[in-house]
Design a protein around this ligand. Structure first.
Ligand SMILES: NC(=O)c1ccc[n+]([C@@H]2O[C@H](COP(=O)([O-])OP(=O)(O)OC[C@H]3O[C@@H](n4cnc5c(N)ncnc54)[C@H](OP(=O)(O)O)[C@@H]3O)[C@@H](O)[C@H]2O)c1
Length: 324
């Protein structure tokens, strides 16, 4: 285990230590901002009221969850702004991502970094991540700019997101020349999306000591078991195959298994699905929470353990989602 305990995790080989589960703040912030491209508003819909967002932070911290993930792109800065307001003087580990916009003609990270620091109201960001391997941002250029920002004290740890194993290795090697670790790669990982296990990303993370941050760990909410043929989700996700037809029927079978296992521990399907991820060495799930009840339920993942046979049974039952 080395860099983790039951309740804490060092992000990669960096100095940043965090809780074993985080909170995704993608849907938070001013609902009136209408950006051209916004995965939060398009994909999952918006979080509940400002008060609920505030309570979500407080119940998370009270339950020992201190890692909050956002991105400049979410609501064109609105999510970062809200996270900054809600976490002022609070003991949290903040992760954000750049760029703010798709701007192929501009390859400077510094402007985005200063914007994020200002919206978050911080002098430094705990984990700063490149959101995607955008073709116009060469890895060498960006990693060196991020390394400069670490040396300037503006970033504590460097991460990437949506990087393949090959891209991760390249970024890791460039940073190694500056004697700075690549701390994390944030990719989609859940019981319904197990590609990191076969595309080399999980293996490369283990080999290089990089933390895998698992986004969409509840498969956009379908693993909670609350969506059925008649109860449909908000946002574009309703069009995704896992929310419809035969694929939804297959998911409902998995949810039934999550419920059976959860009943043995007095836990919900969502908590069992998150616990399965958390029991992977050096994997940090960041479920999105729209309100205090969701944040509290997700934090409850910390307070039980799946047996080896329960963990293995879930792995076998969802093997088909390694390829989907
Ligand atoms: N790096 C990237 O490219 C990338 C991409 C996507 C996301 N992310 C990050 O990953 C985080 C999580 O991903 P995600 O929010 O898309 O997917 P997710 O965590 O799989 O699902 C979150 C959604 O599930 C529902 N939910 C969460 N907890 C629940 C609970 N306990 N009970 C019932 N419903 C619950 C909520 O929506 P409803 O209540 O409306 O169902 C919530 O918005 C994001 O906030 C973001 O920080 C990163």
């Amino acid at each position: 285990m080395g860099n983790q305990t039951d309740n804490t995790l060092r992000i990669g080989q960096s100095e940043v230590i965090t809780s074993r589960i985080g909170v995704g703040a993608m849907t938070w912030g001013d609902p009136l901002l209408i950006p051209r491209f916004d995965p939060a508003r398009l994909g999952c819909g918006l979080a509940d009221s400002k008060e609920e967002q505030e309570k979500a932070v407080d119940v998370s911290i009270a339950a020992g969850v201190n890692f909050i993930d956002t991105a400049a792109m979410y609501g064109m800065g609105a999510s970062e702004l809200r996270v900054g307001e809600l976490t002022k003087d609070k003991p949290v580990v903040l992760a954000t991502k750049f760029p703010l916009r798709f701007r192929p003609w501009e390859s400077s990270m510094l402007k985005d970094l200063n914007g994020s620091l200002s919206r978050l109201g911080r002098a430094s960001i705990d984990l700063y991540q490149l959101h995607y391997p955008f073709p116009w941002l060469t890895t060498s250029n960006v990693m060196n700019q991020m390394a400069d920002a670490v040396q300037a004290g503006q970033i504590r740890a460097i991460g990437v997101s949506n990087f393949s194993a090959k891209q991760m290795r390249e970024a890791h090697a460039i940073l190694a020349k500056r004697k700075i670790p690549l701390a994390s790669n944030q990719v989609e990982y859940s019981l319904l999306h197990r590609k990191p296990e076969i595309n080399g990303v999980l293996d490369a993370c283990r080999e290089l000591g990089i933390t895998l941050i698992a986004y969409m760990p509840l498969a956009m909410g379908v693993l909670t078991g609350k969506y059925t043929v008649t109860i449909r989700p908000t946002g574009m996700r309703r069009r995704m195959s896992r929310f419809r037809g035969n694929k939804l029927a297959a998911v409902i079978q998995i949810v039934s298994m999550l419920r059976d296992i959860g009943d043995r521990h007095s836990k919900t399907p969502a908590q069992v699905a998150l616990r399965w991820l958390l029991q992977h060495d050096n994997v940090l799930p960041i479920p999105g929470a729209k309100n205090a009840a969701q944040a509290s339920e997700n934090a409850g993942t910390l307070s039980f353990t799946l047996s080896d046979s329960e963990f293995d049974a879930l792995g076998w039952a969802t093997l088909q989602w390694q390829k989907k």
